[in-house]
Every structure is written in structure tokens, then in C-alpha cells.
Design a protein around this ligand. Structure first.
Ligand code: URA
Length: 254
């Protein structure tokens, strides 16, 4: 991170900590009140209540006894449901079409989308998103989280040449824990000319702490998720969560 960006983040964090704790507590105690939650976290652009199928798939993902194969299958299925929630945020227009029996008014996307995967766990969702957006250009960002401090470290980026052309930019990131990795990724995208209002973060399981951080820093982004979990533990894992998404999806859990 550039020195000016680091100073700005530190000042921002200090100024917002007291209010942040208070808001976090309100988020955690308002879990059953969608209206209150959407006022506290206006960046969320989907339902706070998971569907029955999302609850079933989350059970398979959370279960420590699910095999790699079961975990992958559940991740791909819940990814399909996540795509559907993202599509609700995309602009469409009406078109008149002919069916084999009649004519009717249908709906098509207004523009192409850009996909950005945060390696490695973002790649687990990427295949599902590519299936639904086959002509999207794909950018990759590698930011590694220090296992001890949970601090993000930038390693590599390969950006699509059309990234800042004004189309929706969908970031695939299955878990939002502290939000540190995403904060760095979104800052990089903004430095490349991507506007906050065009950014949609697609995530399976998120912690209120990470959402609040993103909401304070980037009030114009959109976040779409399958489930909002309770909190982070002392090791910055999401609770109840599902463990390390990348390790469980790629079969590298120790
Ligand atoms: N990343 C994960 O994969 N799981 C967590 O609980 C937090 C971050």
C-alpha cells in the first residue's frame, strides 16, 4: 500500500472506531429486523434472509464432515443462487421477441460485465460466474492474508483492458471476514479508474465487521451475499462460518 493510503486508512479507522463498535452492536442485535439492518448497511443489495435452499447448501458447506467433493458441489450450487442475486443488481432493457407460437416482450442485459477474482478462493466462485457471463473479461488479483496478523499483502494483479470502461465490475470473494483484502482490492480498482458505483462484491458468507468496514470506506459499492453470519473470532475467522473456504474447496485443508 502507498504511504499516503496507509496514513489515510489509519486516520479513518481511529475516527470511526467508537461509532463503529456501537453500530456493530446494533447490527448484531438487529439480525431479525431487515429494515434496521438495511439502514445500518446500505451497501447490501439483497435479502438478509437466506432462502430454504441457501440454508440447506450452507449446512453442507458449514459441516466439518463434508468431503471436498460435497463441499465443491454445494459451493457451485450456492454460487448459482448468488449469481441470481447479482443479476437483480444489473440493468436490463425490454426487447420484443418472437417465440415459436407468438411474440412477447422479453428482457436482456444492457451491458457486458467485468469479473474480478481475488485469488485463491475467488477462483472457486469464478467458474460459476463465467458459466453465466461467458463473454466477461476476467481480472485477477492476488492479495495474501498474513495468517498471524490477518493483514492483507498485495502480490499481483492482471487487469482486463476494459476494466474501467464503465460496465459493472463483479468481484468474486466467497468470504468477507475483516474486509481488509477487499478494501485493498477495491482501492486498487479505484486507482485504475473503476467507479465505486460500478462495483458489486459477490460473497457467500460475510461477517458484520467486514461489511461495516466496507460500508464506511466505500459507501457507493454494492454487496450481494448468501448469508450474513454472527461475528469474527479472535483468529479473524467467521463464526459460525465454514473454516477456510479456499482450503476446503481446493482440498488443501491440513
Ligand atoms: N476466509 C475464510 O476462508 N474463512 C474465514 O472464516 C475468514 C476468511
Amino acid at each position: 500500500m502507498r504511504p499516503m493510503m496507509v496514513i489515510a486508512s489509519v486516520l479513518f479507522c481511529c475516527a470511526s472506531t467508537a461509532r463503529g463498535d456501537e453500530v456493530l452492536e446494533r447490527i448484531q442485535t438487529s439480525r431479525d429486523h431487515a429494515e434496521v439492518l438495511s439502514q445500518l448497511l446500505p451497501i447490501i443489495h439483497c435479502s438478509f434472509t437466506p432462502s430454504k435452499y441457501e440454508r440447506i447448501l450452507m449446512t453442507q458447506l458449514r459441516n466439518v464432515n463434508s468431503s471436498t467433493q460435497q463441499f465443491r458441489a454445494a459451493a457451485e450450487r450456492i454460487g448459482d443462487l448468488l449469481v441470481s442475486k447479482v443479476v437483480d443488481c444489473l440493468s436490463t432493457r425490454s426487447v420484443e421477441i418472437a417465440t415459436p407460437v407468438s411474440s412477447c416482450v422479453g428482457e436482456v442485459f444492457v451491458s457486458a460485465v467485468e469479473l474480478v477474482s481475488i485469488i485463491r478462493s475467488g477462483d472457486a466462485l469464478l467458474d460459476t460466474f463465467m458459466k453465466h457471463f461467458p463473454d466477461a473479461n476476467i481480472s485477477k488479483i492476488l492479495i495474501q492474508r498474513d495468517e498471524k496478523t490477518a493483514e492483507p499483502h498485495f502480490k499481483y494483479m492482471n487487469a482486463s483492458p476494459t476494466l474501467s470502461h464503465g460496465n459493472p465490475v463483479i468481484i468474486t470473494e466467497p468470504m468477507i471476514a475483516t474486509g481488509g483484502t477487499l478494501e485493498m482490492a477495491i482501492s486498487l480498482l479505484k486507482e485504475m479508474g473503476v467507479q465505486e458505483k460500478n462495483i458489486i462484491v459477490a460473497s457467500v458468507c460475510v461477517a458484520p465487521e467486514g461489511l461495516l468496514r466496507l460500508c464506511n470506506k466505500f459507501p457507493d459499492i454494492k454487496v450481494v451475499m448468501n448469508v450474513l453470519d454472527d461475528q469474527l473470532n479472535e483468529r479473524k475467522y467467521i463464526v459460525p462460518g465454514l473454516g477456510d473456504f479456499g482450503d476446503r474447496y481446493f482440498g488443501t485443508a491440513k
